[in-house]
Design a protein around this ligand. Structure first.
Ligand SMILES: C[S@@+](CC[C@H](N)C(=O)[O-])C[C@H]1O[C@@H](n2cnc3c(N)ncnc32)[C@H](O)[C@@H]1O
Length: 314
């Protein structure tokens, strides 16, 4: 049985957009607790659940023993095409990406996602590959760390923080969440919005460690290769860096020509591959936000794959 306490964000909206039903196949690229997958399975669909997180995939495999229409793989959604082929499926009717961190991951101090609990400064979705954040802090220089904090955390005090973190790390490696939080706190004036700044610092390091923005861009591009014409793609983002990329991708893929405006005749030959089906981002209503605070920042965008995508694929 899935985790009944977990309420997936914008579930009804996702079901309305993806239109699951018997004989239809979907990839849930961010399985997590399996909340969205469960809803798709309940509607009769087949689901391939992907996640980088070992525990999420273990849960998926446990659940699949009772629900044979659920398939599971531990991999990144950036490897969507390989994952679908590995299942022996040639195409799917839809892909869902519910980006970011699950509440279970946030609550697990061993993952290091939260400055609120003491744990190793890790921040990887898959702790079996790549380097944890404390190794990154030791290897990047101050300029690169400032770039990470500015670009991925949109943190305006990035240079000052980077200097303080690097100095502290040289003194004694910053290996834990609480040490990093203390270094940040000690650098800021008492009047600074400390929790907001800590959230941005941890978000920035998480994005860097997991190469999240590139993974998202690769996954979006891959959806066009695996979703059949008429099939749908839905993405839930939780911060503007992700949502901006989704929005720009939709704006590009709905267009027939990607040549710069000064080019009089199209040379690129690009044909539109998508028809956006959400005019602007769908957000959670007051009632959902009241029961599930995580839904507050959710922004859902969706599109339908056009028949011309087949030509762009080949
Ligand atoms: C917000 S949770 C998903 C919650 C899920 N929709 C549910 O209802 O339970 C996001 C999940 O995406 C996973 N994740 C993050 N980046 C990933 C990636 N590149 N590939 C696959 N899974 C990823 C995380 O490990 C986490 O379990």
């Amino acid at each position: 049985m899935m985790n009944r306490a977990h309420v997936p964000v914008l579930k009804d909206e996702i079901l309305g957009l993806l239109e699951p039903g018997p004989g239809r196949r979907f990839v849930d690229g961010t399985f997590g607790f399996g909340g969205h997958s469960e809803a798709l399975l309940d509607a009769g669909a087949d689901v391939l659940g992907l996640d980088l997180d070992t525990e999420a995939v273990a849960a998926c495999r446990r659940i699949s023993t009772d629900r044979p229409r659920l398939h599971c793989q531990q991999c990144s959604f950036r490897d969507l095409v390989v994952a679908v082929r590995q299942e022996g499926w040639d195409a799917v009717d839809g892909v869902l990406l519910d980006l970011g961190v699950s509440s279970r991951q946030l609550d697990d101090p061993d993952k290091g996602f939260s400055y609120r609990a003491d744990g190793p400064l890790d921040l990887r979705f898959d702790q079996g590959r790549g380097e944890p954040a404390h190794v990154l802090l030791g290897t990047v220089d101050e300029v690169e760390l400032a770039r990470i904090l500015f670009e991925y955390g949109e943190e305006r005090g990035s240079r000052r923080l980077a200097r303080a973190i690097k100095l502290a790390d040289q003194d004694e490696p910053v290996r834990t969440t609480t040490r990093l939080a203390d270094v940040v706190r000690d650098t800021l004036p008492a009047s600074a919005p400390i929790n907001a700044i800590l959230s941005r610092v941890f978000q920035a390091l998480r994005i860097a460690v997991n190469d999240e923005l590139r993974a998202l861009e690769e996954a979006l591009a891959a959806t066009i290769a695996v979703v059949r014409p008429g099939g749908r793609i839905a993405v839930i983002s939780y911060h503007s860096l992700e949502d901006r990329r989704v929005k720009q991708w939709l704006a590009r893929e709905r267009r027939d020509c990607l040549c710069p405006p000064e080019v009089p005749v199209c040379r690129c030959g690009h044909a539109a591959t998508l028809r956006p089906i959400t005019r602007r981002a769908v957000t959670a209503g007051d009632q959902e936000v009241a029961t599930n605070p995580r839904a507050r920042s959710a922004r859902l965008r969706a599109a339908e794959v056009l028949p011309s995508a087949a030509k762009e694929r080949s």
